[in-house]
Ligand binder design. Structure first.
Ligand code: Q46
Ligand code: ZN
Length: 296
């Protein structure tokens, strides 16, 4: 690991990753061992590794799998569901499953077509639906915290995109912890300081079976392009990605984005689903579903 000037054998690597995870959880005050954590599990290496780590560290963590109804010629959703369920069964863990089509009448690609959001890509609709579902399940089932498997490569790519556009409101909300608000569980990203390849190595060394394929709709996305750009930088300057992200967090801590952090005061309850929203009237999810119902 050139970025850390560190080389570890398998045995020590499998100790180092949980130690670092615990350090990040404590450093950013993510959660305690008394709190109930809901891990958003996609069947990929990051979310399954995160679940594995939290359980190994003695945290109370259940999983949530959201079936998006994406096939892409590789049976993406079916296979990712199978692997998430297999991991849960093998480890005696509880996995909640929400199937979008069963719940809302249409799969994500169809909903995206109907709603015309997202310029031909289902990602905007997908992101909105996943956020809404995670918040709902966390609220209805009484979880304190929602944990996602975003790694450093994900976070650096988002940061890079937001910085290129100086989207201060998005920048103000980006970080390892997004505080709870009335009706919204706290959101945390315990893997945000691990490089993607570190998580791949962890999953492989732990023998975790995960879906290798990316979602077919990720191909050609802007975030993948940003990741490639940052990888070129990292290649020439090991550690650049981590410095970029950590310096941002440091600058934010010192007030760089003061006034842009989302506060509970700016939110009100959506009259239809009750979830906090900053949009006037219905939340974006309910507006999308209303439009889908009218078009269908
Ligand atoms: S948003 Fe887009 Fe992802 Fe949804 S449709 Fe696939 S690529 S899964 S993180
Ligand atoms: Zn709503």
């Amino acid at each position: 690991m050139r970025q850390h000037k560190l080389a570890l054998c398998k045995e020590h690597y499998l100790e180092w990753v949980p130690e670092q995870t615990e350090r990040f959880i404590q450093k950013y005050g993510m959660f305690t061992r008394e709190e109930r954590i809901l891990v958003a599990v996609s069947g990929g290496k990051d979310s399954l590794s995160l679940w594995d780590l939290l359980v190994r560290l003695g945290y109370k963590a259940d999983g949530l799998y959201i079936g998006l109804g994406i096939d892409g010629g590789i049976g993406y959703s079916t296979e990712s569901h199978r692997l998430a369920q297999k991991f849960a069964d093998q480890n005696g863990l509880r996995l909640h499953v929400v199937d979008v089509e069963a719940e809302f009448g249409q799969s994500i690609p169809v909903l995206a077509e109907i709603s015309t959001r997202g310029h031909g890509r289902p990602c905007a609709v997908c992101g909105l639906t996943k956020r809404h579902t995670m918040n709902r399940i966390a609220r209805d089932l009484g979880y304190d915290v929602l944990a996602t498997g975003h790694n450093l490569d994900d976070e650096a790519a988002v940061l890079f995109g937001n910085t290129l556009q100086w989207s201060v409101d998005y920048l103000g909300r980006q970080g390892p912890v997004l505080a709870e608000a009335p009706g919204l569980a706290r959101k945390v990203k315990p893997l945000c300081r691990f490089y993607e390849r570190e998580m791949t190595a962890y999953a492989i060394l732990r023998g975790i079976e995960y879906i290798y394929e990316e979602c077919p709709y990720a191909v050609g996305s802007t975030s993948i392009y940003y990741k490639e750009v940052l990888n070129r930088l990292e290649n020439d300057r090991p550690g650049a990605k981590l410095t970029f992200y950590l310096s941002f967090l440091e600058a934010r801590k010192h007030g760089l984005l003061a006034g842009h952090e989302q506060t509970a005061l700016q939110l009100h309850a959506c009259p239809h689903c009750g979830q906090p929203t900053s949009a006037p009237g219905l939340c974006s999810f309910c507006r999308m579903m209303e439009k889908a119902a009218q078009t269908a």
